[in-house]
Design a protein around this ligand. Sequence first.
Ligand SMILES: [Zn+2]
Length: 55
Amino acid sequence: MKLWVTPKGDRWLCDECQKDFQEQIDREEWRAAFEKLDPMLRCSECKHGDVEIFD
Ligand SMILES: [Zn+2]
């Protein structure tokens, strides 16, 4: 999961959603602040985490 600094504030995006936002990322010059692999983090777009947890 990457934390993106966007004109509308920071947001977490997973790799899948990053592809969908790539055009906007380029246009608005979003900056990836840092990347973190944490199962508790949720993508702001699809609401899924990096790691799926199965019981
Ligand atoms: Zn996502």
